[in-house]
Design a protein around this ligand. Sequence first.
Ligand code: NDP
Length: 462
Amino acid sequence: MAYDFDLFVIGAGSGGVRASRIAATHGAKVAIAEEYRYGGTCVIRGCVPKKLFVYASHFAEDFEDAAAYGWSLDKPSFNWTTLIANKDREIDRLNGIYIKLLDGAGVRRYDGRARLRDAHTIQIGDDVVTAERILLATGGTPTYPELPGIEHAICSNEAFHLDALPRHVTVVGGGYIAVEFAGIFNGLGCEVTQLYRGEQILRGFDRDVRDHLAGEIAKKGIDLRTDTNVTGIEKISQDSGGGYRLTLTTGETMDTGLVMCATGRHPNSGDLGLETVGVELTKSGAVKVDDWSQTSIPHIHAVGDLTDRIALTPVALMEGHAYADTVFGNMPRQPNHADVPSAVFSQPSVGHVGLTEEQARSQIGEVDIYKSIFTPMKHTLTPSDEKTLMKLIVDARTDRVVGCHVVGPDAAEMVQGLGIALRCNATKAQFDATVGIHPSSAEELVTMRTKWTPPPEAQAAE
Ligand code: NDP
């Protein structure tokens, strides 16, 4: 049977756009559907605008630090409207670039929501087309907790378009988005309370990283309350001052100007016609895929946050690219999800790759730990008491470095390179043989020589 297209991609985010372009470059006739804007969560309402906000908010500290270096500034002031307008201009530019890239590669674009009518037929508004293969790349969307008054809360989507910043913001959650936005609002001059239901933020990260970051963000003035969650949100009338009254699991109430939930994300697998076709989902609603990103229907594949793998843009890019090379480029390869480096753009930032100490101890057994907490050189002159943490986890039998963790300025920039080292199975001896760059914080990563030993009381408890 002749199809209209060799490949129809649903969703023009990172994974979908990459797969369409590469498949088209390999000679396939490709179409893509997007119901919102081209670029997906990362470009439109995720990584990119978030990082611009992080830059904006960090200036507050930079101005304070500058005084210690002899600069005198009139009291700096911040204009939210200017930031939003400039950010929107950049997002418009990127949206345009994505459209140009697709058009340049000869990918036919359909603006609208696509649904599967049968295993080879896709409907987008009034258009009905057929394709030999289909790639699902519809990403994820924020999950709100179920509680009375939740309609008064916003999530990160709305945070990028607020009319104004309130005096006080409450961020709910302890994951990537929560710590990043708590830092952003704090830097931009809001009072910030961050509520996290567990005993320490960033569950799943290395324990030292979690404790260190929690201490640093508290030093910067964020009121971080762990073991605390919201049970209800009530709107306060304008006559009584406006804002919201939160009831907390601790029994307390708290008034705030804005509640932002950063309580996880779920896959956008609804209303796509997947059940009609028999594409299987996991319990959490993610599309089930094998190591080749193939779903339960052999000619339908899925990549990115819609699947239950690692919800990061570069991972979606890797999955989309590997899919297109495999299916259309005669270059079969599976995406490799091992040792994926990632960063949290908190303030200070976190970068990590490989195993946490806890994972290494349970998976490997005997490990050597090297860690260092120090004042970055820049802050030897400033009033800041921010400390940097660096930690290496080494397999004691093979000397292989299996985990690297950094909390401090430019952690992402450092850990990207360490990701290569871990990919190459670098040993601690090779780290030690590498000459440091002086003066830098990163040199600490190749100069840590003393194995960390637990304090005597911890040893006694083991
Ligand atoms: P995360 O899964 O990282 O964090 C969700 C947080 O919400 C956790 O602290 C979780 O608590 C908490 N939570 C979940 N349900 C509830 C509830 N009902 N009430 C209160 N708290 C709740 O999700 P995010 O939304 O922060 O980010 C989603 C994903 O997007 C990330 O995992 C990451 O993969 C990606 N991302 C990456 C970024 C980067 O690379 N810099 C930036 C932003 C997002 P608990 O720990 O107890 O489950």
